[in-house]
Design a protein around this ligand. Structure first.
Ligand code: NAP
Ligand code: MG
Length: 481
């Protein structure tokens, strides 16, 4: 493998080392080998990055540029990403451990599409005129929120950067982005493309580093107007408290424990496909994974036997091999946590149908895992495992199902499998979650909103809904007397 250059911090369109001079290692979870080193930004670097973003917001050409020109720059980002998609797909696979078939067919196209979508939206952001009482002309301006701090996780490193940057840049905000410590490489590579596309200095600053230092400094910095966070519910609560000191605006995309519900009247083979996609896509490191598989009692055994056959046929291994269907978990921590949950499940009385053990002697690979005999109150059904472990839970009837499906602190997504269209729509209304998939699972489009109910967070990313996160409304009154 060719040697990788150490990663640096991007501030004001210049690459620099951390002020402390520190670096940290980035590993390939499939081989446990070090890929490269990256500058370890902390509070001092965040401060410089935020100052750069503030200057770019108040004084730079970004502010005076037309919205259409901002759109053109975003379009160029999309085109450049498309041109280099193979390099990005490979780098993402090396750093995250996910299969190249997924980085090629999901992460890259979805990231490109996100920049394209917001490129098109940039010049369609505007206020209203409002027919108020009296002799006044009243109108609203939709203005950018200001300097935005964005903190992202390791499971879709490039895609999460695109979801965050696309709408923020379309609205005219400036950004300091902190990628996850495990996976900073594609975000940094994206930094090169942003400059090539013509983004003025200071508009996007990228500071790799650790959560409690760089992340916390970003959430508390007085010059940051808004914080957008994706990650665990636990850290989301910390970030919200930190941001509360200055009453910053906050949006949070957090964890999930989605019910994927299969009725006896569904197309069973399609539902088996959906259950596979729901839990084994991205090694189960997906916030909206269908991790609670609710099976109507009548089809429980048949369904699990089909699912078991399919799970055991999955090709788990070298993420760079195009035939591989499931790669490595992102880190040793994550690997151990997932295997720990399998043990917890067993001690609570669940039975391992298949998997539950490492899949390779080296690297953080885990076999596709099915647990049965789970009830919804067990820890494995309530806590986010964030791995390729599905908990099968039988249900009697719709009433029994609805109660259990909503019996969780999370509310990010749900899947419903049935041929009864009325039942599907009724349940879609009843389930407290931000996304409902009927006879499909894990479908995404830059135009369709994504976000959580309950402790899965608040605010909606993607679509025109994300513009709410990055704009504020000003009401202007003009006397006509
Ligand atoms: P995490 O530990 O919550 O980290 C997320 C980000 O927050 C990382 O950049 C992390 O930096 C940073 N961070 C950690 N502590 C911080 C602090 N005290 N102040 C400010 N920032 C801090 O989550 P993760 O382990 O990376 O990702 C897995 C979790 O994310 C899962 O629970 C999953 O459900 C959730 N997730 C949700 C969505 C969604 O859209 N709802 C999408 C993806 C993932 P470090 O990397 O240095 O720790
Ligand atoms: Mg973390």
């Amino acid at each position: 493998m060719k040697e990788m250059k150490p990663g640096k911090i991007l501030i004001n369109n210049e690459w620099c080392e951390a002020q402390s001079g520190k670096r940290f290692s980035v590993i390939n979870p499939a081989t446990e080998q070090i890929l490269t080193e990256v500058a370890e930004g902390d509070a001092a670097d965040i401060d410089r990055a935020v100052q750069a973003a503030r200057n770019a917001f108040e004084q730079g050409p970004w502010k005076t540029m037309s919205a259409r020109e901002r759109g053109r720059i975003l379009n160029r980002v999309a085109m450049l990403l498309d041109k280099h998609k193979e390099d990005f797909a490979e780098l993402e696979t090396l750093n995250n451990g996910k299969p190249i078939s997924e980085t090629r067919n999901a992460d890259l196209p979805l990231s490109i599409e996100t920049f394209e979508y917001y490129a098109g939206l940039a010049d369609k952001i505007h206020g209203d005129t409002i027919p108020v009482n009296g002799n006044f002309f009243n109108y609203t301006l939709r203005e950018p929120a200001g300097v935005v701090g964005q903190i992202i996780p390791w499971n879709f490193p490039l895609l999460m950067a695109a979801w965050k940057l696309g709408p923020a840049l379309a609205t005219g905000c400036t950004v300091v982005l902190k990628p996850a410590e495990q996976t900073p490489l594609t975000a940094l590579k994206l930094g090169e493309l942003l400059m090539e596309a013509g983004l003025p200095p200071g508009v996007v600053n990228i500071v790799p580093g650790f959560g409690p230092t760089a992340g916390a400094a970003l959430a508390t910095h007085p010059e940051v107007d808004k914080v957008a966070f994706t990650g665990s519910t636990e850290v989301g609560k910390t970030v919200m408290k930190l941001a509360g000191d200055h009453l910053k605006r906050v949006s949070l995309e957090l964890g999930g424990k989605a019910p994927n519900i299969v009725f006896a009247d569904s197309d069973i083979d399609a539902a088996v496909n959906g259950a596979m996609r729901g839990i084994f896509f991205n090694q189960g490191e997906v916030c909206c994974a269908g991790s609670r598989l609710f099976l109507e009692e009548r089809i429980h055994d048949e369904f699990l036997s089909k699912l078991k056959t399919r799970a055991e046929k999955m090709i788990v291994g070298n993420p760079l091999d195009p035939k591989t269907q499931m790669g490595a978990q992102v880190s040793e921590d994550q690997f151990r946590k997932i295997l720990g949950y399998v043990e917890k499940g067993k001690s609570e009385g669940a039975k391992v149908v298949t998997g539950g053990i490492p899949a390779q002697p080296q690297g953080y690979f885990i076999k596709p895992t099915i647990l049965e005999g789970v009830n919804n109150r067990m820890k494995v059904a309530q806590e986010e495992i964030f791995g390729p472990v599905v908990c099968a839970i039988p249900f009697k009837n719709q009433e029994d199902l609805s109660r259990q499906a909503n019996d969780t602190v999370y509310g990010l997504s749900a899947g419903i499998w049935t041929r009864d269209i009325g039942k599907a729509h009724r349940l879609a209304k009843e389930i407290k979650a931000g996304t409902i998939w009927v006879n499909c699972y894990n479908c995404f489009d830059a135009a369709s909103p994504f976000g959580g109910f309950k402790q899965s967070g608040f605010g909606r990313e993607l679509g025109k809904y994300a513009l709410e996160l990055y704009t504020q409304v000003k009401s202007v009154w003009v006397s006509l007397d």
